[in-house]
Write a protein that binds this ligand. Structure first.
Ligand code: B12
Length: 209
């Protein structure tokens, strides 16, 4: 009974077995963060196999579905990261042309567990849509996820539009997703980049004071 088994169950698309095992593991004290990071790593390996034609789109889909089923269990066991909480609103979404939403969903779940009010716009979100929602919801943070090198420019486009529309400095802009990096975030002028959802929650808490 280990994370290795859960990783295998996830790639086999056996969400039901994985859910039962994860339930036992968290009850026995395994940290949800450890399980989530293991599953994220496994998804990265699956992506590499996909590139080499060793697995195919349906394999990614069934693993993705199993991952979200497992998240259903883990979200009830998350504890807030360190730092004082603030009842701030965060608008999140995956950028235009990109339908990957697992990482973005995890960011939303972890931020909620940390006391933030999360407005989730889903995936394939137009730059203007984030801005309209941030204004309407009086958001303190806007988070943009991008999972493909071809959709990362959507994050830059958003930051340009924020300036053009006079919203610069009104909310923190937070970017993430597997192909992004701290260098990329700096280059496009984002306020926050993080490796994962937990780091994102910690950084936002710190910056919002
Ligand atoms: C699962 C998956 C799919 C699933 C998505 C299911 C879903 N509901 O999301 C499906 C099968 C639908 C899919 C489709 C496609 N995919 Co795909 N997919 C993946 C895979 C294997 C895993 C992604 C994932 O969910 N990871 C797990 C999550 C938890 O990790 P994560 O998203 O990185 O999130 C973490 C951090 O990055 C961070 N984070 C994420 N978002 C944010 C946001 C903020 C604000 C912050 C601070 C942090 C943060 O926190 C998260 C965890 O804590 C990746 C491989 C990879 N390396 O990522 C390929 C991958 C992204 N896909 C790829 C491709 C090519 C495609 C398709 C074009 C395939 C096709 N021929 O149709 C389509 C694209 C459709 C579209 N237009 O979007 C390529 C992209 C290559 C590129 N150009 O960059 C990859 C890299 C695979 C590869 N190596 O070739 N895919």
């Amino acid at each position: 009974m280990s994370i290795e088994t859960v990783r295998q169950q996830m790639i086999d698309g056996d969400g039901e077995a994985a859910v039962a095992l994860v339930q036992q593991m968290v009850e026995q004290g395994v940290a949800p963060q450890e399980i989530m990071n293991g599953l994220t790593e496994e998804m990265g390996i699956l992506g590499e196999k996909f590139e080499k034609f060793e697995v195919f789109l349906p394999d990614l889909m069934i693993a993705g579905d199993a991952f979200m089923q497992i998240m259903g269990v883990l979200k009830g066991h998350l504890t807030p990261v360190e730092g004082a909480g603030k009842a701030a609103t965060v608008v999140i979404g995956t950028v235009k042309g990109d339908f990957h939403d697992i990482g973005k969903n995890i960011v939303g779940i972890v931020l909620q567990a940390n006391g933030f009010n999360v407005v989730d716009l889903g995936s394939d979100v137009d730059a203007i849509e984030y801005i309209k929602t941030a204004r309407k919801e009086n958001a303190s943070v806007v988070g943009l996820s991008a999972l493909m090198t071809t959709t990362m420019p959507g994050q830059e486009e958003f930051i340009k539009l924020v300036s053009e529309m006079g919203d610069k400095g009104k909310y923190l802009v937070c970017v993430g997703g597997a192909p992004t990096s701290v260098e990329w975030a700096k280059r496009i002028g984002a306020d926050v980049w993080s490796f994962d959802a937990f780091e994102c929650a910690a950084k936002i808490k710190k910056l919002l004071g």
